[in-house]
Design a protein around this ligand. Structure first.
Ligand SMILES: [Zn+2]
Length: 166
């Protein structure tokens, strides 16, 4: 079967496939983190020690790609692409630190800080050991509406930005 795969499918689509198991790059993590099955969606990333507020928790890494390539990779069912600027995005499915497995919540405990072309996920409040790390994806642009399953009282129903829902 594998000889029938095109390079695009093999190198770009499969790394974001449903069978992928998370892997955490220690160098990208500022605290002890681990992956476990998540009550929200498949795998999640969890704090293994208390994390104070306003601290870098993990860097979001991956392949740096241009808007044309982002569109090409839009055929994938899962969201691992994070815009750093209007011209550059990071595809966490390829060379990702594990931060790409952090689930979305409409009531997150992390926020993305973009600086000098890099993305760090920073704690919004103190996070307890054992808590799942959560980020508001703020999916934007022409991305299709993706229903949210975070189950929080603040849930807006979709992973997409509030502005794109109006
Ligand atoms: Zn939600």
């Amino acid at each position: 079967m594998s000889e029938k795969l095109t390079p695009f499918v093999r190198d770009v689509v499969l790394p974001a496939g449903p069978d992928v198991v998370p892997r955490l790059a220690e160098a990208a993590c500022s605290f002890r983190l681990a992956y476990h099955p998540s009550p929200i969606h498949r795998w999640g990333i969890f704090a293994m020690e208390p994390i104070p507020a306003r601290r870098r928790v993990i860097e979001y890494t991956g392949e740096r790609i241009k808007p044309d390539e982002v569109r090409r990779r839009g055929v994938r069912p899962r969201i691992y692409i994070f815009w750093v600027s209007p011209r550059v995005a990071i595809d966490g499915a390829i060379g990702g630190s594990g931060a790409e497995f952090i689930n979305h919540s409409c009531a997150p405990n992390l926020i993305a800080r973009k600086r000098h072309g890099r993305i760090h996920l920073v704690s919004l409040r103190p996070i307890e050991a054992g808590e799942e790390l959560l980020l508001d994806y703020q999916v934007s642009g022409d991305a299709p509406l993706t229903p949210c399953r975070c189950g929080t009282p603040q849930c807006r129903g979709y992973l997409n930005r509030q502005d794109d829902l109006l």
